[in-house]
Ligand binder design. Sequence first.
Ligand SMILES: Nc1ncnc2c1ncn2[C@@H]1O[C@H](COP(=O)(O)OP(=O)(O)O)[C@@H](O)[C@H]1O
Ligand SMILES: [Mg+2]
Length: 215
Amino acid sequence: MQRGVEIGRFITFEGGEGSGKSTQAGILANRLSRAGRPVFATREPGGSPAAEEIREALLSGQVKQFGPLAEAVMFSVARADHIDHAIKDSLQEGRWVVCDRFIDSTRAYQGVTAGVPRGVINALEELTVGALSPDLTFILDISAEEGLARAKERADGDELDRFESQELVMHERVRRAFLDIAEEEPGRVVVVDASQPEAMVAEDVWETVLHRLNP
Ligand SMILES: Nc1ncnc2c1ncn2[C@@H]1O[C@H](COP(=O)(O)OP(=O)(O)O)[C@@H](O)[C@H]1O
Ligand SMILES: [Mg+2]
């Protein structure tokens, strides 16, 4: 798609469970609104009516039984609808799109940790996202222990020692995958230390947005 000066900007938040993506996406969306920018705050999987239906199938585990390739495909089907029926129009109307998870989650989870070959992930990305890749992506980086503790606390107040070691190993692999993406694409991706207090993470995010995108 043609991106001109009057077109909105596209910002995504990525990172493991409990890293603070939803929190920070919300704070940034509010901040941009207060700065007078029209905002479309969205999330993946989902973000459009049809993609939200696929979200249900993905998060309930209905798709999982078909294996990682099927999951990668279904995430891509949802993403294509989200782009075609929400993101593209928002950007063309001059909105700032703030999205909680996007392509890098597919690369990290279905690609690196679930083993779908990079070539397949790239092809799916090319088909769905094409030239519409984010202007700026934040990777919220946090240790497996801290991230899982936060996610668990949010869910049911369980203690860290209840986690299976497998869960920690998986979280570490996801973390590494996100950091590798940041190294590969420094022009798009910025790593933020997500172990800091919420307000400090938000400050780092805002400083980067001011510096890189000049809202
Ligand atoms: N910087 C932070 N420090 C401490 N707790 C945080 C911080 N950011 C978020 N949280 C809390 O951690 C939990 C997970 O945050 P959330 O934004 O839902 O993460 P994610 O969307 O990445 O899974 C929530 O209970 C949230 O209130
Ligand atoms: Mg979240």
